[in-house]
Design a protein around this ligand. Sequence first.
Ligand SMILES: *[C@@H]1O[C@H](CO)[C@@H](O)[C@H](O)[C@H]1NC(C)=O
Length: 363
Amino acid sequence: MDRRFIFAIVLFAAVATSSTDNTNTDDFIIRQVVDNEEDHLLNAEHHFTSFKSKFSKSYSTKEEHDYRFGVFKSNLIKAKLHQKLDPTAEHGITKFSDLTASEFRRQFLGLKKRLRLPAHAQKAPILPTTNLPEDFDWREKGAVTPVKDQGSCGSCWAFSTTGALEGAHYLATGKLVSLSEQQLVDCDHVCDPEQAGSCDSGCNGGLMNNAFEYLLQSGGVVQEKDYAYTGRDGSCKFDKSKVVASVSNFSVVSLDEEQIAANLVKNGPLAVGINAAWMQTYMSGVSCPYVCAKSRLDHGVLLVGFGKGAYAPIRLKEKPYWIVKNSWGQNWGEQGYYKICRGRNVCGVDSMVSTVAAAQSNN
Ligand SMILES: *[C@@H]1O[C@H](CO)[C@@H](O)[C@H](O)[C@H]1NC(C)=O
């Protein structure tokens, strides 16, 4: 597959549930509770009860309930399989466990392909990589806002975009300000000039590079609190007088993990595309699946750091990883975060990486 043939991202969404996480999560780790098919069947009812309570799920009819229980049972088996094929992570019951794979894809992933980069996207200059730290985390430096929740709306691309600009704005001004995704959802309809129909389109998906292009054209973005997230497509209510952060330029980082790390350290968190195939069942740990297509990017997220890795007994070595901020709420993954291994472009995480610089704003 031609590398320039970049796939557009889009979203995912969580079946919005923001219950506080006071359940013992060990209970949700399939590896420990489902040793064989019989155990799985014996425990399924118990797990489904905990699942409904933990994620505040309710179903309107008995038929729906029974159907969801069936889906849940097949997701227990899927999680068990994922656990086998991705042993350094923990896979199990998540808030997506009552969705079929096709529902998950259809409702919460969108895919657009595009052939060209937007007019203002340039290639990031090659940076020196000799003095890169082994561990680095923008969260510790105050450049990352709390994890947000896109809900049932294909707007991951908007969250990835605001996350990158929030970091860049922090670097430029010293202030961490939460920025409005809804402005992008409602107002950004930037299209690929070369490809009819490939436009940012709210809950139906978009692309971070298009969104940076939009931010250059619009003059910037307002604060989250001035243009609150609804998780639905709406008419544009952008008030230019309230712009708090704006883009000065953005660029595309080469497919090289050292360059990605160097750009992250120098410019702040990076907007990246990823293949989300393993994320429906992910709970914690470093995800390093044996198989994950690099070209099927379907989700937009934010790289905020990297680590040299913890000892992973199952593979007898340290697993270096990227720290990924997701937008499915804090009740998914590691308090809303995902760790994915570095080193071989797993799930295409190195394939679509953008870095942005914020203008010094006087607001
Ligand atoms: C912005 O442009 C400057 C000057 O061309 C360049 O050095 C810098 O790398 C660019 N930053 C980003 C994030 O693209």
